[in-house]
Design a binder for this molecule. Structure first.
Ligand code: ADP
Length: 431
């Protein structure tokens, strides 16, 4: 760089000297010096124009032959161009490789703008979502994937969720779809074919529902006979009294189990709550309290009810009754004789809340995350003894899911537990 500057300076000095000598010889020093300055400016102007043309042509790779300071200018621009070209080539290669990889991926991948304008998709997306080249480029995904579950999911913009719905191209294919935002102004949709897993789950659900249904009638018959036999006051019932009592107890347990399994299957099969009634929760809770007092019987629990009388909820009365009674009956079953049970039904800014607080045995922290699993019990012996099926909290969780609610559990071993059901404010109905 310094060399070119030096040669430039030498050039200028030589030009100035030449003009000065010519001026002295002819007697027109100022004129010749002006001529020298004009020549020098003209040369720079010529180079500026040449540089602009070089930029505009774009395709010409090598810079033109020049001397002086312009050699440096051209050389540096040329180097910068080379570096950019290399970088661009590397990015294009990477992009091609990424597109090749996503193109062969079995999961459908769609790149979209924030409003769902489709920019790019892979082959699987074409096959599973029915996207066509080129007419679907730029169209909004909600206009092409029209399932109501997807429309609701896309409008909610809760990117932590995964939704399942049948593929637009074939109702027999079940898709699990997620959307992930990236790069600030893009969304990536990933759809996976989960048909085999979905079918297996359906077979399992059908199996449990069918077995429970098939067991219901024989159990009712056996229960009926056992009741009649134990009510008879003859030699046989006196002799078999204890055995008949135990048989009735077990039959009752099996009947409760079958009823709970059937209820769970029903909750699982009916996706989403299509019809919502206005449920008079206050009345429901008053009758649950009466039943809980009967269940408590000789154990004499104090059951307090503190409700907001005008607060109602939109939902399924039968399901909510089942969930609330499971929580209240659990409090009775896991609280020592004479203990306190507080039932609250109230609303605040976050929504409506149903709370059951007891002074019972409590639950160790490590069990709490697993309590809503089917047949998960902290103490299986105690659960069976008190008539539990191990399905109560699983039912509560399903009912809450169907009412957009959540279950919170707080507990301290030996001190008691609090179960709270939170419902969103938009389900509240005030009379
Ligand atoms: P179960 O029929 O066994 O009560 P649930 O699903 O209703 O089944 O409850 C699961 C487990 O959670 C119970 O076995 C019990 O260990 C625990 N549990 C539920 N409610 C309470 C409570 N109020 N206090 C203490 N433990 C409880």
């Amino acid at each position: 760089m310094s060399d070119s500057w030096l040669s430039e300076v030498r050039w200028v000095v030589a030009l100035a000297l030449a003009m000065l000598i010519l001026g002295l010889l002819t007697g027109y020093v100022a004129l010749f010096l002006l001529l020298g300055v004009l020549c020098y400016l003209g040369w720079h102007l010529f180079n500026v124009v040449r540089l602009l043309r070089w930029f505009q042509e774009g395709k010409r790779f090598h810079p033109p032959e020049v001397r002086g300071v312009w050699e440096d200018v051209y050389y540096n621009i040329y180097r910068l161009q080379q570096r950019n070209r290399l970088r661009r080539r590397r990015i294009v290669r990477m992009l091609n490789r990424f597109q090749e990889a996503t193109a062969v991926m079995p999961d459908a991948t769609v790149v979209m703008g924030t409003q769902g304008e489709i920019e790019w998709w892979n082959d699987a997306a074409g096959n599973l979502l029915g996207l066509r080249v080129p007419q679907d480029r730029g169209r909004r995904i909600v206009n092409l994937v029209r399932h109501p579950v997807f429309a609701e999911f896309f409008a909610a913009r809760d990117y932590s969720l995964t939704v399942q719905f049948p593929a637009p191209v074939n109702e027999q294919i079940m898709l699990a779809v997620r959307i992930v935002p990236y790069g600030g102004d893009h969304l990536l949709l990933v759809a996976r074919d989960i048909t085999p897993v979905y079918r297996l789950d359906q077979v399992r659900r059908d199996f449990v529902a069918n077995v429970s249904h098939e067991l219901r009638t024989p159990l009712t018959v056996i229960g009926g006979f056992l009741e009649t036999m134990s009510e008879d006051d003859d030699e046989c019932s006196r002799r078999w009294g204890r055995s008949l009592y135990l048989m009735r107890q077990q039959t009752d347990r099996m009947q409760r189990l079958v009823e709970d399994l059937l209820l769970l299957s029903r909750l699982e099969m009916e996706k989403g709550l299509h019809h919502r009634d206005v449920v008079p929760i206050t009345t429901v809770l008053a009758s649950i309290r009466e039943e809980a007092l009967v269940l408590s019987g000789e154990r004499r629990h104090a059951i307090h009810l503190d409700v907001d009388p005008g607060l109602q909820l939109r939902g399924s009365g039968e399901e909510l009754r089942s969930a609330f009674s499971n929580l209240v009956f659990n409090a009775v079953r896991y609280t020592p004789d004479g203990g306190d049970i507080h039932i609250r039904w109230y609303a605040d800014d976050a929504g409506a809340h149903f709370e059951v607080r007891d002074t019972g045995v409590g639950i160790a922290a490590e069990h709490i995350p697993r309590l809503t699993e089917r047949f998960y019990r902290v103490d299986a012996g105690r659960s069976r003894e008190s008539g539990g099926t191990g399905l109560g909290l699983a039912i509560v969780k399903h009912v809450l899911n169907r009412h957009e609610g959540q279950l919170r559990i707080e507990s301290e071993l030996g001190k008691g537990s609090t179960f709270v059901c939170d419902f969103p404010a938009h389900l509240i109905c005030v009379s």
